[in-house]
Design a protein around this ligand. Structure first.
Ligand SMILES: Nc1nc2c(ncn2[C@@H]2O[C@H](COP(=O)(O)OP(=O)(O)O)[C@@H](O)[C@H]2O)c(=O)[nH]1
Ligand SMILES: Nc1ncnc2c1ncn2[C@@H]1O[C@H](COP(=O)(O)OP(=O)(O)O)[C@@H](O)[C@H]1O
Length: 419
C-alpha cells in the first residue's frame, strides 16, 4: 500500500470541492472523489520547481496508483480549487493566476481518456487548458502529392492573412530547397519525433511515403489561440485520426482532374527524385480510392483549373462559417486571487486580498450549480464560469468557456448569487 492517506483527505466532509494545504510536504493538494477513486492533485509552492503531481487512491484496494498523465500540463499549479464536472473531468482553478491561465481541466473519464486507458493499459488522466470563447473550426485539407494542396492553401493565406493560420507539421523528411524550418515544417529526426509522440505531444501522426509526419497539439492550438482559423495539410490517415479526436473540423479532399495530370504536376514541380515520384503515385491511387469510398471527408474538390477550384474552396469554407457562426467572446483578463481555505481545519491559510485595493478579483472557492460554475469573489462580486457548451478537450485545449463578472444585486445566499 505504500504511502498513507493524508488525514485531511479521509476526514474531508467536502466531497465536491476540496482545497487543502499539506504542511508536511509544503505542497498544495486537492482530492476529488469519482467512481471509487480519489484523484489527488498536488501542486507546489510558488517559485518551486516540482511539477504538478497527480495520484489516484483506489478506495476499494486501498492503494495508490500513479497514472499515465497526458495532455499539455499546466506550467505551475500552487494553491488551487478542484471540483468534479460532468462526471468525467475535474475543474482545477489556479490561485493567483491570470484569467487566461487559471482554468484547467484534469480529464479522468472522458472518451479520450477511456481510449487512452486501452492504449496504455494503465490508469490515465489528461490535462486540458480552459480557454474563454469558442474557437474557429479548423480546416483539414488532404489529397495526393502534387494535386495542389499547398498552392491552394498559400493562396488562401495570402488573401486572408488575418483569418487563416497554417498548422506547421513535424516531419522526418529532408527539407526541400525553398522550405524553411518552422515555416513549412518543423524538420526533425525520427528518434526525437518518436519520443515526442510517446510524450503525447501529437494530435495525430502517420508514416507517409516512408517518412514520419505529425501535427503537434501546439501547432493547432497556437493558431487557434491567435483567433485564426487553423488549416491542416495532412494525409488521409491523419485526417481519420483528427476526425476521431475531440476536434470539430471541416474535412476537404482535393482530387486531380486525372491521374495523368497528377503525374505531370508532380514531375513539373521537380522536387522529388524518380523513386519518390513512383512511391507518391502508388500512394495517390490508394488515397483517391479511400477518399472516394469511405473516407472521413465532408467535401471532395477537383483541382482542374486553379482559379475555379480556389473559388469553390472559398465558397465551401464560407458556407461552413455561416452554418457555424463564430462566437467571439469578449476576453476578460484579470488577476484571480483566491481566498484560500483549508477545509479540514476550517481556517484561512492565506490573507484575503482586497478587491478594491489591488484591483484583483477575489475568488474564495468554486461551486457547481446546474451547468454553471460560480467562482466566489468576496461577498458580492462573482465570476461566473459558464461551462454549458464546452468544446474540444485533451489532448488540446478546452474551449467554449464563458467567463464573466456578475453583479449580484440581491446579494449572496449560501455563497451563491441570486441570478
Ligand atoms: N498525417 C499527416 N500527414 C501530413 C502532415 N504534414 C504533411 N502531411 C502529408 O504528408 C504528405 C507528404 O507531404 P510532403 O512531403 O510535403 O509532400 P507533398 O504532399 O508532395 O507536397 C502529404 O499528403 C501531406 O498532406 C502531418 O502533420 N500529418
Ligand atoms: N490547378 C492547377 N493546374 C496546374 N498546375 C497546378 C495546379 N495546382 C497546382 N499546380 C502545380 O502543381 C504542382 C504541385 O502543387 P503543390 O501545391 O505543390 O501540391 P501538393 O501540395 O498537393 O503536393 C506545383 O508545381 C503547382 O504549381
Amino acid at each position: 500500500m505504500g504511502e498513507e492517506v493524508p488525514e485531511y483527505i479521509l476526514n474531508s466532509s467536502v466531497e465536491k470541492l476540496s482545497v487543502a494545504y499539506d504542511s508536511e510536504s509544503a505542497a498544495y493538494q486537492t482530492s476529488t472523489n469519482f467512481a471509487n477513486k480519489m484523484y489527488v492533485v498536488k501542486g507546489s509552492e510558488y517559485g518551486g520547481n516540482s511539477p504538478t503531481n497527480v495520484k489516484i487512491f483506489d478506495n476499494i484496494t486501498r492503494s495508490w496508483i500513479i497514472p499515465t498523465v497526458l495532455g499539455m500540463k499546466p506550467i505551475h499549479v500552487g494553491g488551487h480549487s478542484a471540483v468534479l464536472l460532468n462526471k468525467d473531468r475535474i475543474l482545477i482553478v489556479k490561485r493567483d493566476s491570470e484569467l487566461d491561465d487559471c482554468i484547467w481541466f484534469l480529464e479522468v473519464d472522458t472518451p479520450f481518456v477511456k481510449e487512452q486507458k486501452k492504449v496504455f493499459g494503465t490508469e490515465v488522466v489528461a490535462w486540458s487548458k480552459g480557454v474563454a470563447g469558442n474557437a474557429p473550426k479548423p480546416i483539414v485539407i488532404s489529397g495526393p502529392s502534387g494535386v495542389g494542396k499547398g498552392t491552394l492553401i498559400n493562396k488562401l493565406m495570402k488573401e486572408f492573412p488575418s483569418t487563416y493560420g497554417f498548422s506547421v507539421s513535424h516531419t522526418t523528411r529532408a527539407p526541400r530547397e525553398k522550405e524553411s524550418d518552422g515555416v513549412h515544417y518543423h524538420f526533425t529526426d525520427r528518434i526525437t519525433m518518436e519520443q515526442d509522440i510517446r510524450d503525447g505531444k501529437f494530435l495525430e501522426f502517420a508514416s507517409v511515403h516512408g517518412n514520419l509526419y505529425g501535427t503537434s497539439i501546439e501547432a493547432v492550438e497556437v493558431v487557434t489561440d491567435s483567433r485564426k482559423r487553423c488549416i491542416l495539410d495532412i494525409d488521409v490517415q491523419g485526417a481519420r485520426s483528427v476526425r476521431a479526436s475531440s476536434i470539430d473540423a471541416i474535412f476537404i479532399f482535393i482530387c486531380p482532374p486525372s491521374f495523368e495530370e497528377l503525374e505531370k504536376r508532380l514531375r513539373a514541380r521537380g522536387t522529388e527524385v524518380e523513386e519518390q515520384i513512383q512511391k507518391r503515385l502508388r500512394n495517390a491511387k490508394a488515397e483517391l480510392d479511400e477518399a472516394k469510398s469511405h473516407g472521413p471527408f465532408d467535401h471532395l474538390l477537383v483541382n482542374d483549373e486553379l482559379e475555379f477550384c480556389y473559388d469553390n474552396l472559398k465558397k465551401l469554407i464560407a458556407s461552413d462559417e455561416l452554418a457555424t457562426p463564430l462566437h467571439r467572446s469578449s476576453k476578460l483578463y484579470c488577476n484571480v486571487a483566491f481566498k484560500y481555505s483549508d477545509f479540514s481545519k476550517r481556517s484561512y491559510k492565506y490573507p484575503v486580498h482586497s478587491a478594491m485595493k489591488n484591483s484583483k478579483i477575489l475568488v474564495s472557492d468554486v461551486e457547481f450549480k446546474r451547468d454553471k460554475t460560480f467562482l466566489h469573489c468576496g461577498d458580492k462580486d462573482l465570476l461566473l464560469l459558464d461551462i454549458s457548451s464546452l468544446k474540444g478537450g485533451a489532448p488540446g485545449r478546452t474551449r467554449g468557456l464563458n467567463v464573466c463578472p456578475v453583479e449580484s444585486s440581491g446579494g449572496c445566499v449560501n455563497g451563491i448569487a441570486q441570478l
